[in-house]
Write a protein of this length. Structure first.
Length: 372
């Protein structure tokens, strides 16, 4: 593995992804003191406005490490204990024996057994887990719908549980992170957005990162195009969308530079304590939204290729936007990539996404970015 950046190969890999079918993408890669950033394609398919590497972007579930970090800061200060039942802090949110059995740790690492609320919030969407019966209409129906976290949490809590609390594999569920948002509010008296902004975003010196409370992305950004497995043709722009349907689970907007800075500081023990960072890297098996078993820590997901070093970070999607941010365990290599098209794969008769040239092109980009 080379620690040197090769701008020519990185630019070529970006262009490859663009020509495979992504309208626009941008990235930043760091290797020690070297920093490369690049962009390929367009931010607006109608006007041809180009993407630039400094654009703000909806980063989806890359929000989760930010929320986890805010909780772990309160663990560091003694205001929250990882293995204390959630009923201690939120006695009404998860009533009965389950609230006494589910700990804070189980929410952060998705082993609470709580169901994902999305199928119940969007009855016509049915995206999780039955892709065969998906439909895009609810995206337009709910573009400006304002949800309250409590009503979404109730849907997940009232749904049949995936497993007993603490059982593995767990289930990757946004219900867990909405509960963590409520936990932050209950303990600090500030909203989850205020707490994460003050204690994580501002502490890390991130100038272009926000947890929006409205439907718009602040600052320069790309349009983001949702294909919904070919059912929206041509793909439609969802850059204006009220993100209260995911809040502290997936509503963040950021830049690739800010994401690399955040993960560099986090993994250096400068946002949470070194002992909390050890806890973040303790993983458990979890069923992902794609139905695969993955290792998941406290808001961190490890990625290791055979014979290669481990990278820590997170991926995320929103309607039309995709992001992956990974940092090598020693902090000496980082990658953050943003794309402005999602769910480009078509589905077979059983609802499984079919391979697309974009998939292979992205894998090639990640290989060049992470391993040189």
């Amino acid at each position: 593995m080379s620690n040197e950046l090769d701008p020519e190969k990185l630019n070529a890999a970006l262009e490859h992804v663009h020509h495979a079918g992504i309208p626009g993408l941008f990235a930043e890669v760091r290797a020690g003191e070297q920093v490369w950033s690049g962009a390929a394609g367009v931010a607006d398919v109608d006007t041809g406005r180009p993407v630039t590497a400094d654009m703000r972007h909806r980063v989806g579930s890359v929000t989760k490490p930010f929320t986890a970090a805010a909780v772990l800061q309160l663990v560091d200060s003694g205001e929250i204990a990882l293995d204390t039942p959630i009923s201690t802090y939120l006695p009404k949110s998860v009533p009965g024996p389950r609230g006494d059995a589910i700990t804070v740790r189980m929410l952060i690492n998705h082993t609470s057994g709580l169901a994902e609320y999305l199928p119940y919030a969007y009855p016509s969407l049915k995206a999780f887990p039955d892709l065969a019966n998906t439909g895009p209409q609810s995206l337009d129906d709910h573009r400006f719908t304002r949800f309250h976290p409590a009503e979404l949490i109730r849907m997940g809590v009232d749904a049949p549980p995936f497993a007993a609390p603490g059982g593995t594999p767990g289930l990757y569920s946004n219900t867990n992170y909405l509960l963590l948002g409520e936990l932050l509010e209950a303990v600090t008296g500030a909203t989850a957005e205020q707490c994460i902004t003050r204690n994580v975003i501002e502490r890390a010196g991130l100038r272009d990162t926000r947890l929006p409370t409205g439907p718009h992305i602040e600052g320069p950004h790309s349009r983001i195009y949702e294909s919904w497995f070919g059912m929206i043709d041509p793909p439609r722009d969802y850059s204006v969308f009220d993100m209260s349907w995911v809040g502290p689970a997936a509503a963040l907007t950021s830049t690739v530079a800010d994401l690399n800075r955040f993960f560099a500081l986090l993994l250096a023990g400068e946002i949470v304590s070194p002992s909390a960072l050890v806890q973040m890297r303790r993983t458990a098996p979890v069923v992902s939204q794609e139905g695969q078993i993955i290792d998941y820590g406290l808001g961190l997901h490890p990625m290791t290729a055979p014979g290669r070093d481990t990278f820590w970070g997170h991926g995320g999607t929103a309607w039309g936007a995709g992001t992956l941010a990974m940092t090598r365990a020693d902090g000496r290599r980082q990658m953050a990539v943003a794309v402005n098209l999602q769910r480009w794969n078509t589905l077979d008769s059983s609802g499984r996404p079919q391979p697309h040239p974009i998939d292979a092109a992205l894998e090639d980009l990640y290989r060049v970015a992470m391993y040189g």
